[in-house]
Design a protein around this ligand. Structure first.
Ligand SMILES: [Zn+2]
Ligand SMILES: [Zn+2]
Length: 329
């Protein structure tokens, strides 16, 4: 990848070493975090939202050949203080990040440590990738919201790209259908998709955030999640949060300027980070995927073959008229 062009390269099929599995990749979802790889290039095969089938297992593993499943992005050690407590998204000695520092899921094969592979029944095929950045990252952000307050009646999601849609969907599933989820974007395709998923849409190209919130019968919101990474959007979100509320930052990117007394101390607001998710959130999310498969699948708007990967990236990054885009092999 690089210079907005995707090139193919022959690579030897790796042999799994001790504790490793070799997967034949079946599907890999595109992600906004691949923008730098698409524009500037990557030293490894990208792709960090892979589903695949075990075709070879190294010494000391117990996963049978033929098992299907998904790959957790962070190659966590399993032994550090964070990992021992289950905070595998905060591993202190991680061995790498799949698709960023290690070969990922756009190749035919992916070599992974067994502890980052999560078995998923065959029947889910490409939809198994929903367990990663959609349900995983989305669900973790909702968990961070609930950690900050238990009485959430309204939530503002800034940005209706795949992660924004994921947070909307997981908020409805985890907190409940009665939750008012307001969701903003400047792309009308994405605003409409968010509305189909049960969100209260605000097109911030056409209206201000505060006018949009008023149009849905509210003055402020209990909590907000930013997926845009844009400073101007985060500032507006902080102003929209009521007392005791938090801004959960999921989208990496720009900064934020706060006036500590009026913005944070007096209203007891907080700014909280949310990074990916913990491996041990996967079993609960698999159960939720079983229960809400049809609803969640609406987030996947495009499925394309690996021969269409260039068009897939162009549609995702330039047209923005997509939800989640999946490359199937
Ligand atoms: Zn991602
Ligand atoms: Zn660790």
């Amino acid at each position: 990848m690089g210079n907005k062009e995707i090139n193919f390269e022959e690579k030897a099929v790796p042999e799994p070493g001790p504790g490793q599995l070799l997967l034949r990749v079946r599907a890999n979802a595109l992600c906004g975090s691949e923008r730098p790889q698409f524009f500037d290039g990557a030293p490894v095969t990208p792709g960090h939202e892979a589903a695949g089938t075990v075709v070879a297992a190294g010494p000391g593993t117990h996963t049978p050949v033929g098992t299907t499943g998904v790959v957790f992005l962070m190659d966590f050690c399993g032994e550090c203080r964070s990992c021992r407590l289950g905070f595998t998204n905060q591993c202190l000695q991680k061995r790498g990040d799949m698709g960023f520092s290690r070969d990922g899921g756009y190749g035919q094969y992916e070599l992974v440590h067994e502890n980052i592979f999560f078995p998923v029944p065959d029947e889910f095929s490409a939809e198994a990738t929903l367990l990663l950045d959609v349900m995983g990252t989305g669900g973790h952000a909702i968990e961070r919201c609930q950690l900050m307050r238990s009485d959430i009646e309204s939530l503002l999601v800034v940005g209706a790209g795949p992660i924004g849609l994921a947070i909307l969907a997981m908020a409805k599933i985890v907190i409940g259908q009665q939750l008012k989820v307001l969701i903003t974007d400047i792309v009308s395709y994405r605003v409409k998709l968010a509305e189909r998923l049960g969100g209260l849409p605000i097109n911030v190209r056409e209206t201000s955030l505060s006018a949009g919130i008023h149009s849905h019968g509210l003055v402020q919101v209990d909590m907000a999640v930013d997926t845009s990474g844009k400073q101007v959007a985060r500032q507006a979100a902080v102003d929209a949060i009521a007392q005791r509320g938090s801004l959960i930052c999921v989208g990496h990117g720009e900064g934020i300027t706060l006036k500590i007394s009026p913005d944070i101390i007096a209203p007891e607001r907080s700014i909280v980070g949310s990074e990916y998710f913990r491996y041990n959130e996967l079993p609960t999310n698999l159960q939720r995927l079983r229960e809400h498969r049809g609803y969640l699948s609406q987030i996947i708007t495009h499925r394309m073959g690996v021969d269409q990967i260039q068009q897939a990236f162009e549609a995702f990054f330039f047209g923005c008229e997509t939800g989640k885009v999946i490359i199937e092999q």
